[in-house]
Design a protein around this ligand. Structure first.
Ligand SMILES: *Cc1c(COP(=O)(O)O)cnc(C)c1O
Length: 393
């Protein structure tokens, strides 16, 4: 069809410089192994930390909700699309997180957009870590507030930006709880101390920490013993929680404000009953099956140690997100292809998702992986690494 020529040209350029991507469909349900192109491979690229995407209790809750309440809600939350289960779930989530209130959005992405775009005006300033997630960056783009960027996890840089922001009404520091490409944890205790010193608010995006860090997976705030000292926690229900959605846990006031001003909340349809029921069951699983999180960390240690013993550089990771640093973009993709041939699905991440020259294979183990699967994956990494000259003979 005509009219898209300049877009086609840009796509061709992407193919030329190696940034063009193809979607890779799974032919099975998500799990520790998946079927791709007819081949069973070990899955190391999902965010399904606890294996909840196919957990029996979540599937049971979702099925029951479909039978009882149907498949959709037919309206946005603010008109006719709030079911009692939506509100019950929010009360349960707030209680779980030890906060005054919780509000669920369609996704983690829209939560960041909704929160940031609605609460900040040109009288306010947002101070953001330079490696924050795209949804935070986009949320900030939608505001008229002042914008400051501090160097990645650099507390001197954050303090400088705070000092330069004292004329604003509200200073909002925003950071990922766990950074999704390197797997390092934000220095939250130091951030909170600076925030208290300079009278700033703190917002943490716990997308990769919910269900992973803290008691029963309550997140980074709980992990560092900072309950009650962080004003806004955002998270996703799409990663460790295994379903779909985003949430903000915060004050009663901000929740009420977002119900009136959070644009994705106001203008996009609410979650189907199956989604909410499954998310509800996920909290029960977090509370009643703590062995899943224990297994996740046990597997993380086993796999990370294994990679390091082989001689791979896993960067500054402290969490189940373990990058295997390669460097060159094309070599990163070849490594990923080689791993696939060896029976392991582990995607390469290159520029523009990470800085040029810092291409990596990004792995995430889950609680579902058996030791045997992880040992098999490590042998695959070893063979592929030697074939490509990444490991010494
Ligand atoms: C994945 C992610 C999101 C988006 O969450 P979705 O529920 O997938 O929309 C937001 N923030 C961070 C830090 C993430 O890693």
């Amino acid at each position: 069809m005509k009219g898209f020529e300049h877009l086609q040209r840009e796509l061709e350029e992407m193919k030329d410089n190696g940034t063009y991507r193809q979607l890779i469909p799974l032919e099975s349900e998500q799990g520790s192994t998946v079927t791709i192109k007819g081949k069973e491979v070990i899955q190391l690229s999902s965010n399904n930390y606890l294996g909840l995407t196919s957990h029996k209790r979540l599937k049971g809750a979702a099925t029951k909700a479909v039978e009882q309440y149907g498949v959709g809600t037919g309206s946005v939350r603010t008109i006719a699309g709030t079911l009692t289960m939506h509100e019950e779930y929010e009360r349960k989530l707030a209680k779980f997180k030890h906060t005054e209130a919780a509000l669920v959005f369609q996704s983690g992405f829209t939560t960041n957009q909704g929160v940031l775009s609605s609460m900040l005006t040109d009288e306010d300033v947002v101070i953001s870590d330079e490696l924050n997630h795209a949804s935070i960056i986009d949320g900030i783009r939608l505001t008229k507030s002042g914008r400051k960027i501090y160097k990645h996890v650099d507390m001197d840089s954050l303090e400088e930006q705070l000092l330069a922001s004292m004329d604003y009404r509200t200073r909002l520091i925003v950071t990922d709880g766990v950074f999704s490409m390197d797997g390092n944890i934000a220095p939250l205790p130091a951030i909170v101390e600076l925030a208290e010193k300079y009278d700033a608010l703190v917002m943490v995006d716990d997308a990769h920490a919910s269900g992973v860090l803290g008691k029963n997976g309550r997140g980074t705030v709980n992990h560092f013993g900072l309950d009650g000292r962080v004003h806004i926690q955002v998270g996703t229900l799409s990663k460790a929680i295994g379903v779909l959605g985003g949430y903000v846990v915060t004050s009663e006031t901000l929740k009420e404000y977002l119900i009136h001003k959070g644009r994705p909340f106001l203008f996009s349809t609410s979650h189907p009953p199956a989604v909410t029921a499954a998310c509800d069951a996920a909290i029960d699983v977090l509370l009643e099956e703590p062995q899943l999180i224990e297994k996740l960390w046990e597997n993380t240690k086993f796999f990370k140690d294994g990679l390091q013993k082989l001689g791979f550089d896993t960067g500054i990771s402290e969490t189940p997100i373990t990058p295997v640093l390669v460097g060159d973009d094309a070599l990163t993709h070849r490594f990923s292809d080689e791993l696939f041939n060896e029976g392991v699905f582990a995607q390469g991440i290159v520029y523009p998702t990470v800085p040029k020259g810092s291409g990596r294979i990004r792995t995430i183990v889950t609680a579902e992986h058996s030791k045997e699967e992880l040992a098999t994956a490590l042998s695959a990494f070893e063979r592929a690494g030697r074939n490509l000259g990444l490991l010494k003979e």
